[in-house]
Design a protein around this ligand. Structure first.
Ligand code: SF4
Length: 536
C-alpha cells in the first residue's frame, strides 16, 4: 500500500511584492523527497491571489516603471490594493499587499488576540473549503507542516488549523519556521497544543523526516531533534540539533506556480545557510538557522545544479540568493561554473560591505556570470558611531558603490536610524550621502531601529508587556539621555522617508522592485515548461 505523503503549507500573510516564492518549503520538500517521502507543497498566498484574480500584470508594472513617478507607480499598485481592501472590509478586516490579512483590533503580538480572532470567519473560508480541504482529502497526508515566516501568518495559520480540525483531519499538524523559532517558549501554550501536535524549531529537515518515519512504525517521538510536542498531557521539548553541512539538501521547486508570482519572477536559491558574520548587535535575522545564525556554506556546484533544475522546470533564469550575506567561497566557483557552461542567467542577493567586493577582477567576473544587484546593509554613513553596531565591515562604502556601478551591478541600500547612541545628525548625514550619490543606488529602505528579540543592545531598557507575549520586537525606553525614544525614532524616519518619496519614489516603491534588476522581462515569465500543481 502507498505510504501517505507530507503536505507543506505556506499560509497567507506573506508579502506579495517579492517576485518569487519563499525558500523554506522547497528546501523541506527537496530534503524529504530525497529521504523517500512523497511531499507536496502549497503556497496559499499565490493560491488566493489567483482565486481572487488580484495579481498586478507584468505589462502594467513594466509600463509604470518606464517613467517611475509616484503617480505612475501607484496606479497599478492601488488597483490591486483596493480590490484586496474591498474583499476584507465586510469582515471588519484589512488585507494589505505587504502586511497581509488582519482584523481591526487584532494585534499579531498578542497570543490572546490571535486565539480569539482566529475563530472569526474570514474572506478566505470558501477558498480553504474549495481548494485546501479538497487537496487534503485527496492527499490524505500523515503530516501537514505549516511554515510561519511572518507575524501575519500566525493569524491565518490558526484559522487554517481550526478548519482542518473542524473538517476532521486526523493526521499530525506541525508548525515550524522563522517566527515559531523566534517566539520560542512564549509559543508553548495549552490552547496552542490543543489545536496542533507539535512545533519544530530551527531547521526542520531532520525533525520532519524522523517524525514521518516514527509515525509509520509507531515509534516514540522523544528522540526526534528540535521537536516540541505533547507527551501524556505535558509539553515536552526534545534536544536541539543544528543541521550539519553534510545534510544540506537540494530544494525542489515542483508544485510552485511560478507564473502566478507577482512581477518579474525569480527562483530562490541558497549558497550559505545564514550569515557568515552574525555579530551585528541589532540583528536577529539569521537566528532561526541555529548555531548563532550560521550553519556553513553549500557546495557551489550543487547550487549551480539547483539553478539549472529550476530553469528546466519553470523556464525562469532569474535567481535570488536568500542567504543573509553572499560569500566569495560560493561566488567564485559558482561564477566560474556559470561562465564555463555558458549558462544564461541573472541573479541578486544580500551582501555585507566587506573588502572582497573591492576586487575589480572578482566584480567583473561575477557580473559576467550574471550578478545584477546586491542588497547592502549600510545603516549609517558615519565613521565614529558606526562601531556601536559592531558591524565590522569596510569604511569604504562610496568606493565600493562606485565599483559595483562600474561593474554593472545595481545596489540596494538598507539604512537604520535611531540606533541607541546615534541620532538625528547621523541619519540626516546618511540621507545626504545617498542623495549625493543617487546615481550609484537603485533602491533603498529606511528602517527605524527596532529592538529585536534575541538581541542585546546597550543604552535602552525593555518595557515588559505581558499582553504582547508574541511580539518579535521589544518596546523600550532610553536608559541614558542621548538616546532617541521610539516615538522620536519613528518620526525621524517618517520625515526622512518623506524626502525620499518626493525626490526618488522608485527607491522605496514596491512596484519598481518587482521589475528591477532583471533585464529579461516578460519573456521568461510566460514560459512554464512543466505545469507544477498536479497532485493527484
Ligand atoms: S545585519 Fe547583516 S551582516 Fe549583520 S548579522 Fe545581520 S545579516 Fe549578518
Amino acid at each position: 500500500m502507498k505510504n501517505p505523503p507530507v503536505f507543506l503549507l505556506f499560509p497567507p500573510g506573506w508579502i506579495y511584492t517579492t517576485g518569487g516564492s519563499n525558500l523554506a518549503l522547497p528546501l523541506l520538500k527537496g530534503y524529504l523527497e530525497a529521504s523517500g517521502i512523497e511531499t507536496y507543497l502549497f503556497d496559499l498566498n499565490i493560491g488566493l491571489s489567483d482565486y481572487f484574480k488580484i495579481k498586478i500584470s507584468n505589462c502594467k508594472i513594466e509600463s509604470a516603471c518606464e517613467i517611475p513617478s509616484l503617480e505612475n507607480l501607484n496606479k497599478p499598485y492601488y488597483l490591486s490594493q483596493d480590490k484586496m481592501s474591498a474583499i476584507a472590509k465586510p469582515y471588519g478586516a484589512t488585507w494589505d499587499i505587504q502586511l497581509g490579512f488582519n482584523y481591526d483590533g487584532c494585534s499579531f503580538s498578542s497570543s490572546d488576540e490571535i486565539r480569539k480572532f482566529s475563530e472569526f470567519n474570514s474572506p478566505f473560508d470558501s477558498y480553504y473549503d474549495e481548494e485546501l480541504i479538497n487537496q487534503v482529502e485527496k492527499l490524505n497526508p500523515s503530516i501537514i507542516g505549516i511554515s510561519v515566516c511572518s507575524a501575519a501568518q500566525l493569524l491565518t495559520t490558526f484559522q487554517i488549523v481550526r478548519i482542518l480540525k473542524r473538517t476532521g483531519y486526523s493526521g499530525k499538524i506541525i508548525l515550524g519556521g522563522n517566527i515559531i523559532t523566534r517566539l520560542e517558549k512564549s509559543f508553548l501554550k495549552d490552547w496552542v497544543f490543543e489545536l496542533i501536535d507539535g512545533i519544530v524549531v530551527f531547521q526542520g529537515e531532520i525533525a520532519l523526516s524522523s517524525l514521518y518515519f516514527a509515525l509509520q512504525i509507531g515509534k516514540e517521538l522523544d528522540y526526534i531533534p528540535n521537536l516540541i510536542w505533547k507527551k501524556k498531557g505535558e509539553i515536552k521539548k526534545n534536544k536541539i540539533e543544528y543541521l550539519p553541512q553534510k545534510d544540506f539538501g537540494r530544494p525542489s521547486y515542483v508544485n510552485l506556480s511560478f507564473k502566478s508570482y507577482w512581477g518579474i519572477n525569480y527562483i530562490p536559491v541558497l549558497g550559505s545557510r545564514g550569515c557568515y558574520y552574525g555579530k551585528c548587535t541589532f540583528c536577529s535575522i539569521p537566528f532561526a538557522y541555529g548555531n548563532n545564525g550560521f550553519l556553513g556554506h553549500d557546495n557551489p556546484l550543487s547550487v549551480y545544479d539547483d539553478m539549472v533544475n529550476g530553469f528546466d522546470l519553470s523556464g525562469i533564469n532569474n535567481y535570488k540568493f536568500m542567504e543573509e550575506a553572499l560569500h566569495p567561497a560560493i561566488l567564485r566557483k559558482l561564477s566560474d561554473k556559470i561562465i564555463s557552461e555558458n549558462f544564461d542567467c541573472e541573479f541578486e542577493g544580500y551582501a555585507r560591505l566587506d573588502s572582497f567586493w573591492q576586487d575589480e577582477k572578482f566584480l567583473q567576473n561575477i557580473s559576467k556570470a550574471g550578478l545584477r544587484k546586491v542588497y547592502l546593509g549600510l545603516e549609517l554613513i558615519t565613521s565614529d558611531k558606526r562601531g556601536l553596531l559592531n558591524k565590522s565591515d569596510s569604511n569604504k562604502a562610496l568606493e565600493m558603490l562606485k565599483k559595483f556601478s562600474d561593474a554593472g551591478i545595481k545596489t540596494h541600500i538598507f539604512t537604520l536610524f535611531g540606533y541607541p547612541g546615534t541620532g538625528i545628525e547621523e541619519a540626516v548625514n546618511t540621507i545626504e550621502f545617498v542623495l549625493q550619490n543617487k546615481n550609484l543606488i537603485d533602491t533603498l529602505d529606511i528602517f527605524p531601529f527596532y529592538y529585536a528579540k534575541h538581541t542585546k543592545v546597550p543604552f535602552i531598557d525593555i518595557i515588559n508587556n505581558k499582553a504582547e507575549d508574541w511580539a518579535l520586537e521589544h518596546k523600550y525606553m532610553p536608559a541614558i539621555e542621548e538616546v532617541l525614544t521610539m516615538a522620536q525614532t519613528s518620526e525621524l524616519c517618517y520625515q526622512l522617508e518623506d524626502i525620499i518619496w518626493n525626490e526618488i519614489p522608485k527607491w522605496l516603491h514596491p512596484i519598481y522592485r518587482l521589475y528591477s534588476p532583471w533585464s529579461t522581462k516578460e519573456s521568461n515569465n510566460n514560459t512554464v515548461i512543466k505545469e507544477q500543481f498536479t497532485y493527484v
